[in-house]
Design a protein around this ligand. Structure first.
Ligand code: C2E
Ligand code: CA
Ligand code: CA
Length: 741
């Protein structure tokens, strides 16, 4: 039963008692009145007195229950009631000598009452002895009136006794229930993981649960305010005081919660959660109830999770999330002082290469070593974080730009030191971006996101400038990025609007200068800037990946054109169309399917198509390259190595690739008639082609001397301004038309 329900029950009970007591008193008065009618010889004064005594006795029987229920005064009050009973008996005796016969009964009454008092079974005891007393009167047969009255009184007394006994037993039941509840609470408090204290708003500890022992290690009786303050960690004193004030001054019912660190009796620091509820004004507690719970385990788990969430698993250093958090704090901290914040972004050059060639273990080792080396160059207050991959960020406060550049230089030197990975000595380098901001700038200081973007740009600029260096952020870098983004969008737009056109440059048979094929070369018919050569947009298309749709477009155009030429000119059946493939296109999944799809859709004969790939492409990822080349060849197309001689392909390499044609780079042709070295090289290339049974095409023939020298060297085919510049398809049509005639 809850506290309030029990209170309600008790007050109902008392009200009923008062009502009953009143009725009994009325009954006794009525009996007194009857007695006045029947028995005149005692005189009205005595009869009235007895009636009053009866009423008083009944009233007295009620009163103690109303006022002193459960109080230690109860037995005393009951003793008075007993005395009144005794007086009543004596009054009977004085009136009627026959009543003397009940004297032994009176003695019994005294003894029984005493026993009743001793056993605290007051009510039943009193009831019993009163009944005994009056019984004596009943047996006095020669006094019929007195006997009748005594019998009536007995009936009344039985009623009162029964009522009181029931009241008492109810009370005992209630008491027992309350005691059980209290014991339960006590047991709960003892076994609970919470230590419970009752503290007066003024500061005195009025109750401490036994569980204080398990939670704090102190004896509950030792708990005082001073002790509580003493065991609170100095860092949390302010919090604790604030919390206590909230509880104590919050008014009845107010609850406040706080977390704090306290020292247990055994000296261990634990995390606790304290919850205080103000219960002042609630009798008998009239204090704040405080529960203290040990939450150390939860806290440690929380901290571990936070650490995991904020730490990089490989190096144990802060990760991106924590770095950003630190950066925000640094900005907030420095805002007042107007200090300077410097960010450095370190990105290893060629990390992917190490990872791919030496394996992931070596890659991890490189990252860990780099982390260590960077760390050695920093002060304790600086933050070093791994943002992911081979990217590290450093946050340094209060250094100027000169010092920042100095630091970047030192970091580069540290990374350049050779390191041993597996059983190899490897030399690495890094590119570093540096960005600084004055924390006092603007209302909220610099924006952390913007700072991170700046330092990122600076790092990319260092990479672009040739790597193994640092670059200081410069707002102009944004302009570059913006321009690039715009150009990218422009290329996308141009693709959508069909602004790209394909020109064709003839490839001729050197001895006869007869047309044997054409090379498709893309142009951009720009609405404002006019016709643009590929050098102005191919690099960007490559870096943005737009080369894939652009290359697809060129191939489709070339194939469609070839099909048209074949429809128009029979001689076109003997020519070939060369199409350039960039490395990015080559790595693109689905290239082979795309090429075969275009061939099928346009109806171009695969044997008339030559795909030009660069030498450097062959150097990358050899196995899958050979596989892709094989699949392309299986479509029926031929393969040419473009710009041959500028790369590093060795003879053994070339033998492994299923290529058909070598295109000798223009740089050899350029100096072929003037520089001895180039002529020798060109000759070597031609001979190499022959040895491998490949056709050779010389590029960039501009003069007749170059032409004849190349013929002398045994080069079969050529391409160059001497024969024709790249031109619109119609120009080739003219040549093909002439050939028909
Ligand atoms: P490339 O594949 O080496 O193409 C030959 C380049 O040399 C062409 O420049 C051509 O106009 C130029 N050329 C031809 N004969 C002579 C000559 O006698 N003297 C001089 N000085 N140059 C000559 P272009 O059209 O400006 O193309 C430049 C590069 O752009 C190409 O070099 C090729 O790598 C790339 N490119 C062109 N079109 C495409 C394409 O559709 N896809 C891809 N991926 N790259 C393309
Ligand atoms: Ca080419
Ligand atoms: Ca070329």
């Amino acid at each position: 039963m809850s506290e309030s329900a029990r209170e309600q029950h008790e007050s109902d009970y008392r009200a009923r008692q008062i009502r009953l007591g009143t009725w009994i008193a009325v009954g006794v008065i009525l009996i007194g009145a009857v007695r006045v009618q029947l028995d005149w010889h005692g005189g009205p004064w005595l009869v009235s007195l007895m009636a009053l005594a009866g009423a008083g006795q009944a009233g007295l029987a009620m009163l103690p229950w109303q006022r002193y229920a459960g109080s230690p005064w109860m037995p005393r009050v009951m003793f008075v009631w007993w005395l009144a009973n005794l007086a009543l008996l004596l009054a009977f005796t004085a009136y009627d000598v026959a009543a003397l016969a009940i004297f032994p009964a009176g003695v019994t009454l005294v003894l029984a009452s005493t026993a009743a008092l001793a056993t605290e079974r007051e009510v039943v005891g009193f009831g019993a002895v009163s009944v005994l007393g009056y019984l004596g009167l009943v047996v006095t047969r020669d006094r019929p009136v007195t006997g009748t009255l005594a019998a009536l009184t007995i009936a009344l007394m039985l009623g009162v006794t029964w009522f009181c006994a029931r009241t008492a037993s109810n009370r005992r039941r209630l008491d027992a229930a309350r005691r059980t509840a209290e014991r339960k609470v006590e047991a709960l408090l003892e076994n609970s993981s919470d230590a419970v204290l009752a503290i007066q708003p003024a500061g005195g500890v009025t109750y401490a649960s036994p569980s204080v022992r398990t939670v704090l290690g102190y004896e509950p009786t030792f708990m005082t305010n001073e002790l509580l303050m003493d065991i609170t960690h100095p860092d949390y004193l302010a919090t604790a005081v604030e919390w206590w004030q909230a509880v104590a001054n919050g008014g009845p019912g107010h609850t406040a919660r706080a977390e704090s660190r306290v020292r247990r009796a055994d000296g261990a620091w634990i995390w606790v959660e304290v919850i205080g509820t103000n219960r002042t004004g609630e009798e008998p507690l009239n204090a704040a109830v405080i529960s203290i719970r040990d939450i150390t385990e939860r806290k440690e788990l929380e901290e571990e999770l936070t650490r995991q969430a904020f730490a990089d698993s490989l190096t144990g250093m802060p990760n991106r999330a924590l770095f950003r958090d630190r950066l925000e704090h640094a900005i907030a901290r420095n805002r007042r002082g107007g200090g300077r914040i410097t960010l450095l972004l370190v990105d290893l050059d060629d990390f992917k290469l190490v990872n791919d060639s030496l394996g992931h273990t070596a890659g991890d080792q490189l990252i860990a070593t780099t982390a260590l080396r960077l760390h050695q160059q920093l002060r304790a207050a600086d933050t070093l974080a791994r943002l992911g991959g081979d990217e590290f960020a450093i946050l340094v406060e209060d250094i100027n730009e000169i010092e920042a550049m100095d630091l970047a230089e030192r970091l580069l030197t540290a990374i350049r030191r050779p390191l041993r990975l597996g059983n190899r000595d490897v030399v690495c380098s890094a590119s570093i971006g540096v960005a600084t901001a004055k924390a006092g700038e603007g209302d909220d200081g610099p924006d952390p996101g913007e700072l991170l973007r700046n330092v990122d740009l600076a790092m990319y600029s260092a990479k672009g400038a040739g790597r193994d260096r640092y670059a200081l952020f410069d707002p102009a870098m944004y302009a570059d990025i913006m321009r690039e983004a715009e150009e990218r969008a422009e290329i996308e737009r141009a693709l959508a609007r069909d602004e790209f056109v394909v020109h064709y440059q003839p490839i001729v048979d050197l001895p006869t200068s007869r047309l044997i094929g054409v090379e498709a070369l893309v142009r951009w018919q720009h609405p404002v800037r006019g016709l643009l050569g590929p050098n102005t947009f191919i690099p960007l298309a490559e870096s943005t990946g737009l080369i894939v749709p652009l290359g697809r477009y060129v191939l489709r155009q070339a194939c469609e054109q070839l099909a048209r030429w074949r429809d128009e000119f029979p001689s076109a059946a003997a020519i070939r169309v060369n199409v350039n493939l960039s490395a990015r296109q080559f790595q693109h999944e689905g290239l082979v399917e795309e090429v075969s799809g275009i061939l099928a859709e346009t109806g171009a004969d695969p044997h008339q198509i030559v795909l030009e790939i660069t030498e450097s492409l062959l150097m990358q990822d050899t196995d899958s390259t050979i596989e892709t080349l094989g699949r392309l060849k299986a479509l029926g197309v031929r393969l040419a190595i473009d710009d041959f001689g500028t790369g590093y392909s060795s003879l053994s390499y070339l033998k492994r690739f299923p290529v058909d044609i070598l295109k000798i780079d223009r740089s050899f042709v350029d100096g072929i008639t003037t520089e001895q070295g180039d002529a020798t090289l060109a000759e070597a290339v031609v001979q190499l082609g022959r040895a491998l049974r490949l056709q050779t095409v010389a590029e960039g023939i501009e003069t007749a001397e170059q032409w004849s020298t190349l013929q002398d060297l045994g080069c079969e085919f050529g391409q160059g301004y001497l024969f024709a510049r790249p031109g619109a398809a119609s120009e080739i049509s003219t040549i093909l038309g002439d050939a028909r005639v």
